[in-house]
Design a protein around this ligand. Structure first.
Ligand SMILES: Nc1ncnc2c1ncn2[C@@H]1O[C@H](COP(=O)(O)OP(=O)(O)O)[C@@H](O)[C@H]1O
Ligand SMILES: N[C@@H](CC(=O)OP(=O)(O)O)C(=O)O
Length: 558
C-alpha cells in the first residue's frame, strides 16, 4: 500500500482559523472525492463552513484515502499523511456462492486472491434461505402458535447456519440470537394468523443479516479485518442501517436518490476511522416513511451492488454467480448455452426485465447512470472471463446476444367495442392497468387479472389466453429483419404458431408469444440456429437486396 504525503498548512486551509494553530475538526468531517484519473485524487478537508481541496499524486492507483489525523493527538496541524487506498470495486456474491461453510471459505480465498483490490462486499442469503424463510412464514400463518417452532423450514435454516458457524469455527453467538428472534417472529405470525408484506420483508431480512455476520466473523478470524456486527465489530452493516432508503413498497422497494450520498458518506467515514472490509447485506433497505425494513424484489442483491458502485464511483462492479457469466440462454432450459463476453447496459437490462434470472431487472440502472462496468463472474470457476457489461460495445458482428424465456404468461386480447375512438380507447386501456398498478408484461396473479378483465369489459371485448410464454430475442435490432426471418423460419419448421410479436422500445429486444408447453423446444431450436449453426456472421457480409434483406437460403437444425 503506497502512501503519499500531503502538506496542509492551517492558514492555507481554513480561512476562519487563519492564525490559529488548532483546528476544530474531527476526522468525521474529512471528506474525499475520488477522481477517475489514476494516480490522482482530490482530497477535500472541511469543517462544514470552510474547506479546501488538494490534488494529490501517488504511486498507487487503487485504494481508499485515509487521513491520519495527527492533529487530533497533537492539537496542531502540521501535516497529514494520506494513504492512497480507496475502495476499488464492489464484489457481490449470490446465494449459490455462499451456500455452505466450504463455499464461504472459497469466497474468502477469492477475495484474498485480489490483494490489489479494496472491495466492498455484498452478500445474499445462504443458498435457498430466502425461499425457506418465505415458506416458513406462509406455514406459520395457519400452523398454530404451538407448532411454529416445528416448522420444517425453520429447522433447515437453523441447522444450516449453526452447522456453518461450527464448520468455520467461529463464535455461534453471531447467529444464535438471530435464530431465536426468527422463531419468535414465526410465533408472532402464527398468533396473528397473518403475514403482511411488511412482515414478509422483515422475515426475509434474516437471511442476509445471518450470512453477512457469519462471513464477517470468518474473515476476522482468518485475520482480514471485516465490518459487520460481530464480536470484533460493533457496527451494523445491514443495508437499512447504512443509508439504503427506499419507497415503502414492501417486497419491491425502489431505491431513492438520498441513498447514494448517505451510503458513500457512511462507508468513507467508517473507513477513515478504522479501515475494514465492509460486508453489507444485499436485497434490503429502509422505507423512507415507515422506517421499516424493505426488500428490493427477488434477486435484489445485484441492485444493492450496483447502487454501491454508483454511490462510491467505483472502477468496477462484480457480481459473482454460479454460471460463467450471462449466457446465450438459461442453461437450465438448454445446456449448450455459452457465455456472452460483452453486453451493453441496455441489452443486460432488457434481458433481466424479460426474465433472465441471472440479473435483477433494475440492477443496470445505477451502473448505467454511473457508467461503471459490471462484470458477471462465476465463483465456482473464477478463471472463466465472465461477461463485461458496459455502455457501448462493438455490435458490427452481433446479430443475436441471448434468448430469454418467460413462462406462465397470460395473454389478453382486447378489441374495442367502438364506444370510444382509437386514441381514447388505448389511453383508457392503459389507464386501467395503471390504476390497478399492473405492469402489462408481468400480470402476476389471476386475482389481479379478474379485476382487469372486469374493468376492460366495460369498454372492450376481452379474450384471455392462459398458458403462454414470452420468448425474447435480445440482440442487434439493426438486423431485425434477419432475426425475424430466421426466427420465424425456425418456428415454422417446427410447426409452431407465433401468437403475438412485439419489438421493445429500447430496440434490443423482439418478443414472440407462443404456447408455454412448446416454449422450451422453441428456445432450443432457436439457439441451435442462431448460435450453433455458425453461418450468421457470413450473412452479415453478403450483398443485400434493395430492401436490405440478405440473399440466402436458410438452414435450420431440428
Ligand atoms: N441468460 C442467462 N445466463 C446465465 N444464467 C441464467 C440466464 N438465464 C437464467 N439464468 C439462471 O440464473 C442463475 C444465476 O442467477 P442467480 O440464481 O440469481 O445467482 P445468484 O443467486 O448466485 O446471484 C443461473 O444458475 C441460471 O440458472
Ligand atoms: N436472497 C434474496 C436476494 C438475492 O439477491 O439473492 P441471490 O443473489 O441469491 O439471487 C433472494 O433470494 O431473492
Amino acid at each position: 500500500m503506497a502512501a503519499a504525503r500531503v502538506r496542509c498548512h492551517c492558514n492555507a486551509l481554513f480561512t476562519s482559523h487563519r492564525n490559529s494553530s488548532t483546528l476544530p475538526i474531527s476526522p468525521t468531517r474529512v471528506g474525499f472525492t475520488a477522481l477517475k484519473s489514476p494516480r490522482k485524487f482530490l482530497l477535500s478537508i472541511g469543517d462544514g463552513s470552510s474547506s479546501c481541496t488538494r490534488n494529490v499524486s501517488g504511486s498507487c492507483l487503487k485504494g481508499t484515502v485515509r487521513a491520519v489525523m495527527e492533529e487530533e493527538k497533537t492539537g496542531a496541524i502540521k501535516e497529514r499523511e494520506v494513504e492512497e487506498k480507496r475502495f476499488t470495486c464492489v464484489m457481490k456474491f449470490g446465494g449459490s456462492s455462499v451456500a455452505t461453510a466450504e463455499r464461504m471459505r472459497e469466497v474468502a480465498d477469492l477475495i484474498l486472491a485480489f490483494p490489489e483490490e479494496s472491495p466492498v462486499v455484498v452478500l445474499s442469503a445462504m443458498g435457498k434461505t430466502t425461499n425457506n424463510l418465505l415458506l416458513a412464514g406462509e406455514k406459520a400463518v395457519s400452523c398454530g402458535v404451538s407448532n411454529a417452532s416445528e416448522i420444517e423450514e425453520l429447522s433447515v435454516i437453523k441447522e444450516l447456519h449453526l452447522r456453518t458457524v461450527k464448520e468455520l469455527k467461529i463464535d455461534p453467538s453471531v447467529v444464535t440470537s438471530f435464530l431465536e428472534e426468527l422463531e419468535q417472529l414465526l410465533k408472532g405470525i402464527a398468533m396473528m394468523k397473518e403475514l403482511t408484506l411488511r412482515t414478509r420483508d422483515y422475515l426475509v431480512s434474516f437471511g442476509e443479516c445471518l450470512s453477512t455476520r457469519i462471513f464477517a466473523a470468518y474473515l476476522n478470524k482468518i485475520g482480514v479485518k471485516a465490518r459487520q456486527l460481530t464480536r470484533v465489530s460493533t457496527l451494523q452493516y445491514d443495508a437499512f442501517e447504512i443509508g439504503f432508503i427506499t419507497t415503502d413498497d414492501f417486497t419491491n422497494g425502489d431505491i431513492l436518490e438520498a441513498t447514494y450520498p448517505a451510503v458513500a458518506k457512511r462507508l468513507y467515514d467508517d473507513w477513515m476511522h478504522d479501515p475494514a472490509v465492509p460486508i453489507i447485506t444485499g436485497f434490503l433497505g429502509k422505507g423512507w416513511k415507515t422506517g421499516a425494513v424493505t426488500t428490493l424484489g427477488r434477486g435484489g442483491s445485484d441492485l444493492t451492488a450496483t447502487t454501491i458502485g454508483k454511490a462510491l464511483g467505483l472502477q468496477e462492479i462484480q457480481v459473482w454467480k454460479d454460471v460463467d457469466g450471462v449466457l446465450t440462454c438459461d442453461p437450465t432450459i438448454y445446456k449448450r448455452a455459452t457465455p456472452v463476453p460483452f453486453l451493453t447496459f441496455d441489452e443486460a437490462a432488457e434481458l433481466a426485465y424479460f426474465g433472465a434470472q441471472v440479473l435483477h431487472p433494475q440492477s443496470m440502472r445505477p451502473a448505467r447512470e454511473g457508467e461503471i462496468p459490471v462484470r458477471v463472474k462465476n465463483s465456482y470457476n473464477p478463471k472463466a472471463p465472465g461477461t463485461i457489461i458496459t455502455k457501448t460495445r462493438d455490435m458490427t458482428k452481433t446479430v443475436l446476444t441471448s434468448i430469454v424465456l418467460k413462462r406462465n404468461v397470460t395473454m389478453l386480447d382486447i378489441a374495442s367495442t367502438r364506444m370510444l375512438g382509437q386514441v381514447g380507447f388505448l389511453a383508457k386501456v392503459f389507464s386501467i392497468f395503471e390504476d390497478l398498478e399492473i405492469s402489462v408484461d408481468v400480470v402476476a396473479t389471476s386475482e389481479e387479472l379478474d379485476h382487469v378483465v372486469e374493468e376492460l369489459e366495460k369498454i372492450a371485448v376481452v379474450n384471455l389466453s392462459k398458458g403462454r410464454a414470452i420468448i425474447s430475442l435480445i440482440g442487434n435490432v439493426q438486423h431485425s429483419s434477419l432475426i425475424l426471418e430466421r426466427a420465424f423460419h425456425v418456428l415454422w419448421t417446427k410447426g409452431i404458431n407465433v401468437q403475438m410479436i412485439s419489438q421493445g422500445a429500447s430496440k434490443v429486444n423482439i418478443s414472440l408469444i407462443v404456447n408455454d408447453d412448446e416454449a422450451e423446444g422453441c428456445v432450443e431450436a432457436l439457439h441451435k440456429s442462431f448460435f450453433e449453426s455458425g453461418d450468421l456472421s457470413e450473412l452479415l457480409i453478403q450483398p443485400r437486396l434493395g430492401n436490405g434483406s440478405p440473399v440466402r437460403t436458410m438452414q435450420v437444425d431440428n
